[in-house]
Design a protein around this ligand. Sequence first.
Ligand SMILES: [Zn+2]
Length: 268
Amino acid sequence: MAKPHRVYKSSAIVLRQRSLGDTDKIITLYSADYGKIDAVAKGVRRTKSRLAGNVEPLSHGSYMLARGRNLDIITQVQSIETFQPIRDDLSRLSYALYAAELVDRATEEREENFAVYKLLLDTLRRLSTREDIDTVMRYFEMGLLGRLGYRPQLDQCVVKPRPLEDDEAVVWAPALGGVVCSQCRPENVAVTALSKPTIVGLRALQGDNFTEIAQQVSGANVSDELERHLREAIHFALDQDMRSAAFLDAVRRGPGARPVRPPRTGTR
Ligand SMILES: [Zn+2]
């Protein structure tokens, strides 16, 4: 006789779903206790399915799963939040789906990271209630980079680490993972000038208190710059080929140039 399925439970957010056969779906969950999980929701493509409403992307619930031979199976769901205000507003919805997709792309299966779960949950709650959506998204992006080990270095020069003065001019070198001072401009790496309010805004986004940060950042009028710089940071952090290339360039610059961080290993 087959061994009984092991059953386990976790709070989780649905990142995405895709069809499996005629009646089932594969659901990608980001769970509080086990990180990212792919699991089967059986029968959810039938009209009468009770599970169906709780496996839509961005659903937050308590999921009961049974260990399966290949994929685990969702046996029961208790809904916690549906984030209805997000679903009712196409713009909020697109930001929320982008956040879910970024978490999906940036994480490996079954690598527990409660901080990522909490960040995504807080972001969905803010997207449901707040008007300063740009700041919500920038805080999410900066937070995700930090929680995955790619926190941009903004208080020290990334080439020769030394503390920077508050008003010292720096350039942004996303391929190197942070800012570079005027004394050691790298030759083979793309850099962008950073205005004072932009570097202040980027540094503020690394803080912990969202309410304070929102006041600081939204008044600064640099949301386009912050968006562009964080997109670049994400691009280099998540794209392995680009990271490898930047790493090689940093090494090629020779002695004295500190290779910032080795490329990520493992599959994505
Ligand atoms: Zn320097």
